[in-house]
Write a new protein. Structure first.
Length: 438
């Protein structure tokens, strides 16, 4: 589901004159499966005072929105002003989230007695299962199935019951079916990914974990599991991104901070190991004299005047540096590229390796600098124009920003010298700076 569709779904539900049980549960599903959706709901909650709604409907929406956003005290306070079946539904859901399972089942059963909404039965089953009343939960689900409800949440709860009975394979089948009905069902994706991970089906597990990543505080575990799988595949950058996502959602998560630190520290090890493997081959290749190759007279003369004597000298040059030299044009540049490609080399590659090492050093953990690097970019309190440029560049943390150079930022639409000065001043206050390309 794209962010545009997600936002439209939240707005469409909230635009209804009254919230039915089906709409309340649908809103819960929509607004808990993506951080962007939660922001929309937060805006809706803040704007309720100004909306032309009846007192009862306003109290209902306050209770529902606050519950979905995990603001339980506010939700409970608003729910006290409600009466009837919807009051029981909201109170039951709050109790379920607070792990008060007997109270949750009692409230939800009272709601179900007054409302013709099979989905409430699924919620009752969830409360019974979580409270250890597995047989009762299974019975509740079977009764709902007989009513002909084909629903991803029902299949998910059925899978959780099967898990509790030790029938993991059957549970996974339920999760697969749930995802067929709703590919965006984050809980089913997470549970299925967990078991695929255990079975060693890493690629499928990674794909499912990525569906869950970024979808709210409940799925920090998915981000951590994803990071560990990516580390196993030596995708250290991907692992770091997953751990950063976990910290963005839950800044106090100690496991996420520990995994991020270890992963960042492994960057140096990773590059060192690659260097050791490549050293012998590279040293031999880079010592090869330019004179050993059949180049055009123009290219050979230009390289000689630039004091480029070996392949090692050549790969330290960039395309722009060669083209800036008198009489060195695109034809000569392509000739040089072809030569280097035949040896597994490319122009500018030494500068790229130096940039990687610099990035690893900037990300190294253990001191106050790293604490600042993992903070969200919003902590800089930038102007609107600068914030929009951060979004265009997909910059989420202060560390992401420090990996950009002045040229990177100035190349972004609507990012000028004033915005650059603002960013540099903010970073200087924190003892940080943009990447140097000298």
């Amino acid at each position: 589901m794209s962010e545009l569709n997600v936002v439209s779904a939240v707005d469409e539900i909230c635009a209804q004159a009254t919230l039915s049980p089906e709409l309340i549960l649908k809103l819960r599903s929509v607004a808990r499966n993506n951080l962007a959706e939660r922001k929309v709901l937060q805006t809706r909650l803040g704007a309720l005072d100004g909306e032309a709604l009846s007192k009862e409907e306003k109290s209902l929406r306050t209770a529902v929105f606050a519950w979905i956003l995990s603001r339980y005290d506010q939700a409970e306070s608003a729910s006290k002003e409600l009466a009837g079946a919807l009051a029981h539904l909201v109170k039951g859901e709050i109790a379920l989230d607070r792990e008060q399972y007997d109270e949750a089942a009692s409230q939800l059963k009272q709601a179900a007695e007054q409302l013709q909404a099979p989905k409430i039965g699924v919620e009752i089953a969830a409360a019974l299962r979580a409270g250890g009343k597995l047989d009762d939960a299974v019975g509740a689900l079977e009764r709902i199935e007989k009513q002909g409800l084909a629903d991803a949440d029902l299949l998910f709860q059925k899978g959780r019951c099967l898990e509790a009975r030790g029938q993991q394979e059957s549970a996974c089948t339920c999760y697969e079916k749930a995802l067929e009905l709703d590919p965006n069902h984050a809980e089913a994706a997470f549970r299925l990914a967990y078991y695929l991970d255990l079975r060693g089906e890493d690629n499928r597990a990674i794909e499912l974990y990525k569906r869950v990543t970024g979808q709210g505080p409940a799925f920090v575990s998915a981000m951590l599991n994803l990071g560990m799988l990516l580390e196993d595949k030596e995708d250290v950058d991907g692992a770091i991104a997953a751990y950063k996502e976990a910290i963005k959602v839950d800044p106090t998560n100690k496991r996420a901070a520990l995994y991020l630190r270890d992963s960042v520290e492994s960057l140096d090890m990773y590059y060192d190991e690659n260097e050791r493997k490549e050293n012998e081959r590279l040293e031999a290749v880079l010592r090869i004299p330019i004179a050993d190759f059949e180049l055009s007279v123009r290219s050979r003369n230009c390289l000689a005047k630039m004091n480029v004597r070996s392949l090692g000298d050549l790969v330290r040059k960039t395309d722009q540096e060669l083209l800036s030299y008198k009489n060195f044009g695109e034809t000569s540049l392509q000739e040089i590229r072809n030569l280097l490609e035949s040896k597994g080399l490319r122009l500018g590659m030494f500068k790229e390796e130096e940039a990687k090492r610099a990035r690893a050093q900037r990300l190294r953990t253990g001191g106050p600098e790293n604490t600042m690097l993992v903070k969200p970019i919003t902590d800089l309190e930038l102007s609107v124009r600068s914030r929009k440029c951060m979004q265009r560049l997909n910059i989420e943390t202060i560390g992401d920003l420090c990996e950009k150079s002045e040229a990177d930022l100035l190349a972004t639409k609507n990012f000028g010298q004033t915005s650059l000065n603002e960013v540099k001043a903010k970073l200087t206050e924190m003892g940080l700076g943009l990447k140097s390309i000298d």
